[in-house]
Design a protein. Sequence first.
Length: 341
Amino acid sequence: MARIRALVVDDSRFMVSLISSILDASGEIEVVGFALDGEQAVEQARKLVPDVITMDVVMPRMDGIEATRTIVRELAIPIVIFSAHTQQGAATAIDALAAGAVDCIAKPAGERSMSLGETGAALVRKLVEVVGGVSGPAPRPQAAPGSALAAGNAPAVVAIGASTGGIAALSVVLPHFPASVPFPVLVVQHFPRGFTASLAQKLDSMCSMSVGEAEPGQMLAPGYAIVAPGGMDMEVTTGRRARVSAGQGPGVLRPSVDVTFRSVARVFGPACVAVVLSGMGRDGAEGVREVGRAGGRVVVQDPATATAWGMPSAAIDTGFAEAVLPLERIGSYLLTTCRGS
Protein backbone atom coordinates (compact mmCIF):
# COMPACT_ATOMS: atom_id res chain seq x y z
CA MET A 1 0.00 0.00 0.00
CA ALA A 2 1.31 3.44 -0.94
CA ARG A 3 2.35 5.66 1.93
CA ILE A 4 0.46 8.85 2.72
CA ARG A 5 2.18 11.90 1.23
CA ALA A 6 2.56 14.73 3.76
CA LEU A 7 3.69 18.35 3.66
CA VAL A 8 5.12 19.74 6.93
CA VAL A 9 4.70 23.47 7.65
CA ASP A 10 6.39 25.15 10.63
CA ASP A 11 8.49 28.29 11.04
CA SER A 12 11.08 26.33 13.08
CA ARG A 13 13.58 24.27 11.11
CA PHE A 14 14.08 22.15 14.20
CA MET A 15 10.36 21.32 14.33
CA VAL A 16 10.23 20.64 10.60
CA SER A 17 13.10 18.17 10.95
CA LEU A 18 11.63 16.56 14.06
CA ILE A 19 8.10 16.24 12.68
CA SER A 20 9.47 14.88 9.40
CA SER A 21 11.55 12.24 11.16
CA ILE A 22 8.54 11.15 13.23
CA LEU A 23 6.30 10.84 10.20
CA ASP A 24 8.86 9.11 7.99
CA ALA A 25 9.75 6.65 10.77
CA SER A 26 6.11 5.54 11.03
CA GLY A 27 6.29 3.58 7.81
CA GLU A 28 2.82 4.87 6.90
CA ILE A 29 3.66 8.45 5.95
CA GLU A 30 6.18 9.94 3.53
CA VAL A 31 7.14 13.59 3.93
CA VAL A 32 7.31 14.97 0.40
CA GLY A 33 8.11 18.58 1.28
CA PHE A 34 8.19 21.30 3.90
CA ALA A 35 7.56 25.03 4.25
CA LEU A 36 8.69 27.64 6.79
CA ASP A 37 5.84 30.11 6.34
CA GLY A 38 2.35 30.35 4.89
CA GLU A 39 3.38 31.61 1.46
CA GLN A 40 5.77 28.70 1.02
CA ALA A 41 3.04 26.35 2.25
CA VAL A 42 0.65 27.50 -0.46
CA GLU A 43 3.37 27.24 -3.12
CA GLN A 44 4.40 23.75 -2.01
CA ALA A 45 0.81 22.58 -1.74
CA ARG A 46 0.13 23.69 -5.32
CA LYS A 47 3.30 22.06 -6.56
CA LEU A 48 3.21 18.76 -4.62
CA VAL A 49 -0.54 18.28 -3.98
CA PRO A 50 0.10 16.12 -0.87
CA ASP A 51 -2.52 13.91 0.78
CA VAL A 52 -2.34 15.85 4.05
CA ILE A 53 -0.61 18.88 5.60
CA THR A 54 0.56 19.59 9.15
CA MET A 55 0.28 23.34 9.73
CA ASP A 56 1.67 25.68 12.38
CA VAL A 57 -0.33 28.87 12.79
CA VAL A 58 2.07 31.60 13.97
CA MET A 59 4.46 32.19 11.07
CA PRO A 60 6.03 35.13 9.18
CA ARG A 61 4.74 36.60 5.89
CA MET A 62 1.50 34.61 5.66
CA ASP A 63 0.21 32.93 8.84
CA GLY A 64 -1.28 29.47 9.04
CA ILE A 65 -4.86 30.72 9.07
CA GLU A 66 -4.62 32.48 5.72
CA ALA A 67 -2.56 29.61 4.28
CA THR A 68 -5.19 27.13 5.44
CA ARG A 69 -8.02 29.18 3.97
CA THR A 70 -6.23 29.42 0.61
CA ILE A 71 -5.22 25.76 0.40
CA VAL A 72 -8.64 24.45 1.41
CA ARG A 73 -10.38 26.75 -1.06
CA GLU A 74 -8.09 25.93 -4.00
CA LEU A 75 -7.03 22.33 -3.39
CA ALA A 76 -9.30 20.83 -0.70
CA ILE A 77 -6.30 19.17 0.96
CA PRO A 78 -7.00 18.14 4.59
CA ILE A 79 -4.93 20.18 7.06
CA VAL A 80 -4.16 19.24 10.67
CA ILE A 81 -3.17 22.16 12.89
CA PHE A 82 -0.14 21.44 15.08
CA SER A 83 -0.19 24.41 17.45
CA ALA A 84 1.48 25.56 20.64
CA HIS A 85 -0.49 24.56 23.74
CA THR A 86 -0.94 28.08 25.07
CA GLN A 87 -3.95 30.36 25.38
CA GLN A 88 -2.84 32.45 22.42
CA GLY A 89 -1.96 29.37 20.38
CA ALA A 90 -5.30 27.75 21.18
CA ALA A 91 -7.29 30.79 20.06
CA THR A 92 -5.31 30.97 16.83
CA ALA A 93 -5.77 27.25 16.23
CA ILE A 94 -9.54 27.67 16.59
CA ASP A 95 -9.43 30.41 13.94
CA ALA A 96 -7.54 28.04 11.64
CA LEU A 97 -10.11 25.29 12.19
CA ALA A 98 -12.86 27.77 11.38
CA ALA A 99 -10.91 28.60 8.22
CA GLY A 100 -11.19 24.98 7.08
CA ALA A 101 -8.58 22.86 8.86
CA VAL A 102 -9.98 19.45 9.79
CA ASP A 103 -8.37 18.84 13.18
CA CYS A 104 -5.87 20.04 15.76
CA ILE A 105 -3.14 18.53 17.95
CA ALA A 106 -1.38 20.43 20.73
CA LYS A 107 2.39 20.82 20.58
CA PRO A 108 4.26 19.92 23.77
CA ALA A 109 5.09 22.83 26.09
CA GLY A 110 8.70 22.90 24.86
CA GLU A 111 9.72 22.09 21.31
CA ARG A 112 12.61 19.89 22.35
CA SER A 113 10.45 17.85 24.70
CA MET A 114 8.73 16.24 21.74
CA SER A 115 9.93 12.76 20.88
CA LEU A 116 8.88 9.59 19.10
CA GLY A 117 6.65 8.90 22.12
CA GLU A 118 3.06 9.84 22.84
CA THR A 119 2.82 13.10 20.87
CA GLY A 120 4.55 11.68 17.82
CA ALA A 121 2.36 8.59 17.82
CA ALA A 122 -0.76 10.74 18.21
CA LEU A 123 0.28 12.90 15.25
CA VAL A 124 0.89 9.87 13.03
CA ARG A 125 -2.42 8.32 14.07
CA LYS A 126 -4.30 11.54 13.42
CA LEU A 127 -2.87 12.01 9.92
CA VAL A 128 -3.66 8.44 8.97
CA GLU A 129 -7.21 8.83 10.32
CA VAL A 130 -7.71 12.14 8.54
CA VAL A 131 -6.68 10.81 5.15
CA GLY A 132 -8.75 7.66 5.58
CA GLY A 133 -11.77 9.47 6.97
CA VAL A 134 -11.79 12.39 4.55
CA SER A 135 -10.74 10.79 1.28
CA GLY A 136 -11.98 7.24 1.89
CA PRO A 137 -14.88 5.64 0.01
CA ALA A 138 -18.00 7.77 -0.29
CA PRO A 139 -20.87 6.72 1.99
CA ARG A 140 -23.84 4.97 0.49
CA PRO A 141 -26.85 7.18 -0.32
CA GLN A 142 -29.22 7.74 2.59
CA ALA A 143 -32.97 8.07 2.76
CA ALA A 144 -34.62 11.47 2.49
CA PRO A 145 -35.08 13.40 5.76
CA GLY A 146 -38.03 12.32 7.88
CA SER A 147 -40.69 14.63 9.26
CA ALA A 148 -41.36 13.06 12.68
CA LEU A 149 -39.12 15.50 14.52
CA ALA A 150 -40.78 18.61 13.10
CA ALA A 151 -44.17 17.35 14.25
CA GLY A 152 -43.04 16.68 17.84
CA ASN A 153 -42.97 18.74 20.98
CA ALA A 154 -40.27 21.29 21.74
CA PRO A 155 -37.10 19.61 23.07
CA ALA A 156 -35.92 20.16 26.64
CA VAL A 157 -32.27 19.90 25.55
CA VAL A 158 -30.24 19.60 22.36
CA ALA A 159 -26.91 17.75 22.54
CA ILE A 160 -24.50 18.09 19.62
CA GLY A 161 -21.53 15.78 18.98
CA ALA A 162 -18.71 16.40 16.49
CA SER A 163 -15.08 15.62 15.77
CA THR A 164 -13.00 16.12 12.61
CA GLY A 165 -14.54 19.00 10.66
CA GLY A 166 -16.75 19.82 13.62
CA ILE A 167 -15.56 23.39 14.18
CA ALA A 168 -16.69 24.44 10.72
CA ALA A 169 -19.96 22.53 11.18
CA LEU A 170 -20.69 24.09 14.58
CA SER A 171 -19.97 27.50 13.07
CA VAL A 172 -22.86 26.91 10.68
CA VAL A 173 -25.39 25.29 13.05
CA LEU A 174 -25.15 27.32 16.26
CA PRO A 175 -25.54 30.83 14.76
CA HIS A 176 -29.06 29.80 13.69
CA PHE A 177 -30.19 29.84 17.33
CA PRO A 178 -31.49 33.18 18.66
CA ALA A 179 -30.77 34.38 22.19
CA SER A 180 -34.34 33.41 23.07
CA VAL A 181 -34.00 29.77 21.97
CA PRO A 182 -36.11 27.82 24.50
CA PHE A 183 -33.69 24.98 25.20
CA PRO A 184 -30.12 24.58 26.47
CA VAL A 185 -27.48 23.22 24.09
CA LEU A 186 -24.64 20.85 24.98
CA VAL A 187 -21.65 20.79 22.62
CA VAL A 188 -19.19 17.87 22.57
CA GLN A 189 -16.22 18.34 20.26
CA HIS A 190 -13.20 16.01 20.41
CA PHE A 191 -10.43 18.35 21.56
CA PRO A 192 -7.40 18.27 23.86
CA ARG A 193 -7.20 20.26 27.07
CA GLY A 194 -6.51 23.94 26.67
CA PHE A 195 -8.43 24.44 23.44
CA THR A 196 -12.14 24.31 24.29
CA ALA A 197 -12.21 27.60 26.21
CA SER A 198 -11.02 29.32 23.04
CA LEU A 199 -13.53 27.31 21.00
CA ALA A 200 -16.35 28.50 23.27
CA GLN A 201 -15.17 32.11 22.96
CA LYS A 202 -15.04 31.81 19.17
CA LEU A 203 -18.55 30.36 18.96
CA ASP A 204 -19.87 32.94 21.44
CA SER A 205 -18.61 35.74 19.17
CA MET A 206 -20.54 34.23 16.25
CA CYS A 207 -23.83 33.48 18.02
CA SER A 208 -26.79 35.38 19.41
CA MET A 209 -27.14 32.82 22.19
CA SER A 210 -24.44 32.69 24.86
CA VAL A 211 -21.73 30.02 24.57
CA GLY A 212 -19.24 29.09 27.29
CA GLU A 213 -17.03 26.23 28.43
CA ALA A 214 -18.87 23.97 30.88
CA GLU A 215 -18.15 24.40 34.58
CA PRO A 216 -18.69 21.59 37.11
CA GLY A 217 -22.17 21.81 38.58
CA GLN A 218 -23.35 24.41 36.07
CA MET A 219 -27.13 24.53 35.66
CA LEU A 220 -28.43 23.99 32.13
CA ALA A 221 -30.37 27.04 30.97
CA PRO A 222 -32.40 27.92 27.84
CA GLY A 223 -30.55 30.18 25.45
CA TYR A 224 -27.15 29.01 26.66
CA ALA A 225 -24.75 26.52 25.07
CA ILE A 226 -22.04 24.82 27.12
CA VAL A 227 -18.99 23.21 25.54
CA ALA A 228 -17.49 20.10 27.13
CA PRO A 229 -13.94 20.85 28.38
CA GLY A 230 -11.16 19.37 26.25
CA GLY A 231 -9.96 15.97 27.40
CA MET A 232 -12.88 15.63 29.86
CA ASP A 233 -16.26 13.94 29.72
CA MET A 234 -19.48 15.87 30.34
CA GLU A 235 -22.71 14.38 31.69
CA VAL A 236 -26.02 15.82 32.85
CA THR A 237 -27.18 14.99 36.37
CA THR A 238 -30.76 14.37 37.44
CA GLY A 239 -30.71 17.94 38.78
CA ARG A 240 -30.01 19.12 35.22
CA ARG A 241 -26.52 20.26 36.04
CA ALA A 242 -23.29 19.60 34.15
CA ARG A 243 -20.95 17.01 35.63
CA VAL A 244 -17.38 17.07 34.30
CA SER A 245 -15.01 14.15 34.88
CA ALA A 246 -11.70 12.75 33.69
CA GLY A 247 -13.54 10.04 31.79
CA GLN A 248 -12.69 6.45 31.04
CA GLY A 249 -12.36 6.24 27.26
CA PRO A 250 -9.30 6.83 25.04
CA GLY A 251 -7.95 10.38 25.27
CA VAL A 252 -8.47 10.95 21.55
CA LEU A 253 -12.21 10.35 22.14
CA ARG A 254 -12.58 12.74 25.07
CA PRO A 255 -14.81 14.51 25.55
CA SER A 256 -16.95 11.49 24.61
CA VAL A 257 -20.10 12.08 22.59
CA ASP A 258 -21.47 8.71 23.76
CA VAL A 259 -21.13 9.70 27.43
CA THR A 260 -23.05 12.95 26.97
CA PHE A 261 -25.76 11.42 24.76
CA ARG A 262 -26.34 8.59 27.26
CA SER A 263 -26.75 11.07 30.10
CA VAL A 264 -29.29 13.25 28.28
CA ALA A 265 -31.24 10.13 27.33
CA ARG A 266 -31.26 9.07 30.98
CA VAL A 267 -32.27 12.48 32.36
CA PHE A 268 -34.54 13.91 29.65
CA GLY A 269 -35.90 10.79 27.92
CA PRO A 270 -38.23 11.65 25.01
CA ALA A 271 -37.59 15.38 25.49
CA CYS A 272 -33.97 15.20 24.29
CA VAL A 273 -32.55 15.69 20.80
CA ALA A 274 -29.14 14.34 19.76
CA VAL A 275 -27.36 15.88 16.77
CA VAL A 276 -24.38 14.16 15.11
CA LEU A 277 -22.10 16.30 12.94
CA SER A 278 -18.91 15.66 10.98
CA GLY A 279 -16.33 13.34 12.53
CA MET A 280 -14.26 10.21 12.05
CA GLY A 281 -14.94 6.95 13.82
CA ARG A 282 -18.09 5.82 15.62
CA ASP A 283 -18.29 7.96 18.77
CA GLY A 284 -21.91 8.94 19.34
CA ALA A 285 -23.47 5.84 17.78
CA GLU A 286 -24.05 4.04 21.08
CA GLY A 287 -25.37 7.24 22.61
CA VAL A 288 -27.74 7.65 19.66
CA ARG A 289 -29.14 4.19 20.40
CA GLU A 290 -29.78 5.20 24.01
CA VAL A 291 -31.49 8.42 22.90
CA GLY A 292 -33.66 6.51 20.44
CA ARG A 293 -34.61 3.83 22.96
CA ALA A 294 -35.57 6.56 25.43
CA GLY A 295 -37.93 8.07 22.87
CA GLY A 296 -35.68 11.01 22.07
CA ARG A 297 -34.99 12.33 18.59
CA VAL A 298 -31.85 12.09 16.46
CA VAL A 299 -30.72 14.49 13.72
CA VAL A 300 -27.65 13.64 11.64
CA GLN A 301 -25.61 15.67 9.21
CA ASP A 302 -25.82 14.21 5.72
CA PRO A 303 -22.48 12.37 5.30
CA ALA A 304 -22.17 13.84 1.81
CA THR A 305 -21.83 17.33 3.35
CA ALA A 306 -19.47 16.26 6.16
CA THR A 307 -15.71 16.78 6.15
CA ALA A 308 -15.43 13.31 7.71
CA TRP A 309 -18.35 10.94 7.28
CA GLY A 310 -17.58 8.24 9.90
CA MET A 311 -19.64 9.54 12.84
CA PRO A 312 -22.69 10.56 10.77
CA SER A 313 -22.70 7.23 8.93
CA ALA A 314 -22.38 5.25 12.17
CA ALA A 315 -25.29 7.22 13.67
CA ILE A 316 -27.45 6.54 10.62
CA ASP A 317 -26.59 2.85 10.76
CA THR A 318 -28.22 2.58 14.19
CA GLY A 319 -31.61 3.06 12.56
CA PHE A 320 -32.61 5.81 14.99
CA ALA A 321 -31.93 8.86 12.81
CA GLU A 322 -35.23 10.64 12.20
CA ALA A 323 -33.69 13.31 9.98
CA VAL A 324 -30.59 13.26 7.75
CA LEU A 325 -29.93 16.81 6.63
CA PRO A 326 -27.37 18.90 4.79
CA LEU A 327 -25.38 20.95 7.29
CA GLU A 328 -26.96 24.29 6.42
CA ARG A 329 -30.49 22.97 7.15
CA ILE A 330 -29.89 21.54 10.62
CA GLY A 331 -30.16 24.76 12.64
CA SER A 332 -33.39 25.92 11.01
CA TYR A 333 -34.83 22.41 11.29
CA LEU A 334 -34.24 22.37 15.04
CA LEU A 335 -35.89 25.77 15.39
CA THR A 336 -38.91 24.52 13.46
CA THR A 337 -39.00 21.59 15.87
CA CYS A 338 -38.99 23.79 18.95
CA ARG A 339 -42.01 25.68 17.62
CA GLY A 340 -43.79 22.36 17.18
CA SER A 341 -44.77 23.20 13.63
